[in-house]
Design a protein around this ligand. Structure first.
Ligand SMILES: *Cc1c(COP(=O)(O)O)cnc(C)c1O
Length: 374
């Protein structure tokens, strides 16, 4: 039996594309290391779980899953439009925020166009660009991981098609302030589409911040990315949305598969966005535990980047990969920073108070075994 078919050639761009490296799932660590209790602080999920109202909406729908979902997602779009005071025609529902990035790439990028992406940041922006044959212009954040507006503006050329901004930025937790965003948007040529990824907006406490929606309302060429995977606790269902002008949404709809989001996800998302209590509890937990973790990291002598999100970027040392593995052996999964070019760092999602205590115990034990760290 031959396992290869060497005459069948895939597209050349695929050779340059790196596969996404997700956080290790709990079951894999349990199986590989024979551990019973594993705490996952690696994918910025909601540690409180899904909204109970979303779970109820799903169970009510289970006997109807022989039917195709609503291709237009009418109810969910109306719920989102109502929540943000936009028109339904300004909303597109996607299979996670990830699918929105791919769809935007397919709808707007011609081979040879340029996209501008911050670095370090979410890798899917580059993925979409590479898939469509774009040239990727990477703009480094400053030394303390802030956006450098003038460096971004200098990178803009007549070939620039999309500028990606992630605020709060994954993996640094830093934001682009509302004032800097305003300055940037006013200075950009009108032909540049700005994708503002505010997947983590619910965790921001800084006043000088915008999730981008106001700029959509004001008519700027901005598309806002939102997801139900983070504060809404529905990562396993795969649902997110984009908000932009009607004409931008119309172009993206042209490349969307009709049934891209399943029926259970649509129903759960509509229930979750209405469950204001669950969102409030979830973001409050993060805000409190974030402050507690700062204090504990300071006590442990670990440098960290102050975060406006539900994760914290923590600097270990040149053995960070080893410490990441040691943490895993103790049943705590975090994300190692090498994929972002941060080989001394780990990104730690903020869990429940109990989960964070487990993390801190494990960190303390590792620091005692490796006294040179602190
Ligand atoms: C999680 C995340 C998303 C969206 O994730 P989905 O699960 O695909 O909805 C988008 N942007 C950033 C920066 C993220 O961290």
């Amino acid at each position: 039996m031959s396992l290869t078919t060497p005459d069948i050639r895939s597209r050349n761009v695929l050779k340059r594309m790196k596969p996404y490296s997700p956080g290790k799932p709990i079951w894999e660590v349990q199986r590989e290391l024979g551990l019973e209790r594993v705490v996952k602080l690696a994918s910025n999920e909601n540690p409180l779980g899904p909204s109970p109202k979303a779970v109820e909406a799903i169970s009510e729908l289970l006997m109807d899953i022989h039917r195709y979902p609503d291709a237009q997602a009418v109810d969910l779009r109306a719920a989102i439009a109502g929540r943000y005071e936009l028109e339904s025609e300004q909303i597109i529902i996607t299979n996670g925020g990830d699918e929105l990035i791919t769809l935007v790439s397919e709808a707007f990028i011609e081979a040879g166009d340029e996209i501008i992406v911050p670095s370090p940041s979410f890798s899917e922006y580059e993925f979409g660009g590479q898939l469509m044959g774009a040239a990727i212009r990477t703009i480094a954040l400053t030394e303390d991981y802030q956006y450098d507006v003038s460096a971004i503006l200098e990178a803009v050329s007549e070939r620039t098609k999309i500028l990606y901004l992630c605020s709060p930025n994954n993996p640094t937790g830093t934001i682009l302030t509302q004032s800097a965003l305003t300055e940037l948007l006013n200075a950009l040529p009108p032909t540049v589409l700005v994708m503002l990824d505010s997947a983590y907006c619910h965790y921001v406490t800084e006043d000088d911040y915008s999730d981008g929606i106001e700029f959509v309302k004001a008519g700027y060429p901005v598309i806002v990315l939102q997801t139900f995977s983070k504060v809404y606790g529905l990562a396993g269902l795969r649902v997110g949305f984009g908000a932009a002008s009607q004409s931008i949404i119309r172009a993206i709809l042209q490349v969307k598969e009709p049934f891209n989001v399943n029926a259970l996800a649509l129903a759960a998302a509509a229930a979750a966005i209405a469950d204001v209590d669950h969102v409030q509890r979830s973001s409050q937990l993060v805000k409190e535990e974030r402050l507690r973790l700062y204090l504990e990291f300071e006590e442990l002598g670990l440098p960290y980047t102050p975060s406006m999100s539900n994760f914290i970027l923590v600097e270990l040392d040149e053995d960070a990969e080893h410490h990441y593995v040691e943490l895993m052996r103790k049943g705590v999964i975090v994300r190692y920073g090498a994929a972002w070019g941060l080989p001394r760092h780990v990104r730690i999602s903020i869990g429940t108070p109990e989960e964070n205590t487990t993390l801190l115990h494990a960190l303390r034990a590792i620091l005692q075994e490796n006294p040179e760290l602190s």
